[in-house]
Design a protein around this ligand. Structure first.
Ligand code: AMP
Ligand code: GLY
Length: 423
């Protein structure tokens, strides 16, 4: 078969690396890809946002399966466009992707179907939003309704911060139109877990859980980022919790979307808070997490392609093997200054040496080639991922490999996989 992966970050490198191993795949393309992806796939210079060009390419090349990595093209309707052209696509329709694209849609669906989540209200008037903040009381969370690149959730410790967040979203429009409407919700405490399951429109196939480290500095300090590292499996998320989440959250969500004529085909990423009252949904995403995907993919048993195909086509799940007990860790190497301003174009050394270490994979996130040299091209540059028998040995392998890699101003967290459980 001919497969196209849309995207060009660390998540897509991990997906391409895994898909390339499938005996079902004869030709593998990525749009736009990156220098790491280019080792396993033919990269075509089409941006993930260029929906017309992507559809034309997939038609022209007779692509049998398109796997969409990022959320923005899904929310914009790429899956609908491909399906409309008679093509097979892994990734939900725009209506189903609203689960990520509109927090108001997701919260409303959860409220209607009794799916556990933080108490909330949707507001489209700043004065009403400020009044509701006083009703909930701090700490609370103000969230822009639409896509805001992972920055649209503002945790507010005081009413002053809440008023500032409302002004930022609704009056100053820091997130553009995404902030015209906000969700104000109660603050939940507990351990955060990312759980992943595939859906084929009706049925669910659980994958596994991972834990992200969102803030830029060790000890969960500093501003939020796209993700500074992840590990899998998560000890706090045992088989009983997984069963509970499937029953109370994943199945009801997939069933509700099917009933509402928006069947979900793709991967459902459930951002969970393990509270004292049980797991509650923080957010849904319509894609794999980045860097959670890198940690999952190196652990995943067997061939991923038949599973992606079943999800895309709405077919029964093939027989799968259980996930192995091995642990994986992915550490993000970021540009100095990220998630704020940073420079790009800095030469990167040592990737080959790092990747030669046993159990280690270096996935490219923000890299480019300049005059034949590998250089930095984004905030998150590399995702150094290791698989080993235990979490401790995976951590050791990942950080050992990082010791081989250098670029000016490189920074990373030194505590990935070692987070202290929340009190
Ligand atoms: P979201 O974009 O909704 O996932 O929010 C981003 C991050 O903000 C989450 O990963 C949490 O760390 C935090 N967060 C969001 N909602 C809440 C909440 N209700 N209580 C506590 N933390 C939250
Ligand atoms: N790592 C979190 C996300 O992909 O949203």
């Amino acid at each position: 078969m001919r497969v196209l992966v849309v995207g060009g970050g660390g998540r897509e490198h991990a997906l391409v690396w895994k898909i390339a191993q499938s005996p079902l795949v004869q030709r593998l393309y990525a749009a736009p890809g990156n220098p790491g992806i280019a080792r396993h796939a033919t990269c075509v210079p089409i941006a993930a946002s260029a929906l017309d060009d992507l559809v034309a390419f997939a038609r022209g090349e007779g692509i049998d399966l398109t796997v969409v990595g990022p959320e923005a093209p899904l929310v914009a309707g790429l899956a609908d466009r491909l399906a409309g052209a008679g093509l097979t696509v892994f990734g939900p329709s725009a209506r189903a992707a609203a689960l990520e694209g509109s927090k108001a849609f997701a919260k409303d669906l959860m409220a209607r179907h009794g799916i556990p989540t933080a108490r909330f209200r949707m507001l489209d008037d700043p004065a009403a939003a400020r009044r509701y903040c006083r009703e909930v009381g701090p700490p609370l969370v103000v969230k822009a309704d639409g896509l805001a690149g992972g920055k649209g959730a503002i945790v507010c410790r005081t009413l002053g911060e809440a008023d500032a967040a409302v002004a930022e979203c609704m009056e100053r429009r820091a997130f553009g139109a995404a902030g015209a409407r906000v969700v104000v919700e109660e603050f939940l405490t507990g351990e955060e877990v990312s759980f992943f399951a595939l859906a084929n429109g009706r049925d669910v196939l659980p994958l596994a859980a991972a834990q992200d480290h969102k803030t830029v500095f060790d000890g969960d300090r500093g501003p939020n980022t796209g993700g500074m590292g992840a590990y899998s499996p998560v000890a706090a998320f045992d088989a009983a919790l997984e069963q509970g989440v499937l029953k109370a959250i994943v199945w009801p969500t997939v069933t509700a979307l099917a009933q509402e004529d928006a069947p979900y085909h793709g991967v459902l990423f459930v951002g969970l808070m393990l509270t004292r009252e049980g797991p509650k949904v923080l957010e849904f995403n319509c894609r794999f997490g980045d860097p959670e995907c890198q940690a999952l993919v190196v652990r995943a048993p067997g061939d991923l392609v038949p599973l992606l195909l079943a999800a895309a086509r709405g077919e029964a799940w093939p027989v799968t093997s259980p996930w192995p007990p091995q642990a994986s860790v992915c550490v993000t190497l970021a540009s100095g200054g990220y998630p704020g301003r940073y420079v790009t174009g800095l030469p990167i050394e040592g990737v080959e040496a790092a990747a030669r270490r046993p159990g280690v994979h270096v996935f490219h996130a923000g890299t480019a080639l300049a005059g034949g040299r590998l250089v930095t091209a984004g905030g998150r540059v590399l995702a150094v991922t290791a698989l080993a028998a235990t979490l401790a040995s995976a951590i050791e392998a990942a950080y050992g490999a990082i010791g081989e890699i250098r670029f000016e101003s490189m920074h990373f967290r030194s505590d990935i996989g070692r987070r202290r459980p929340a009190a």
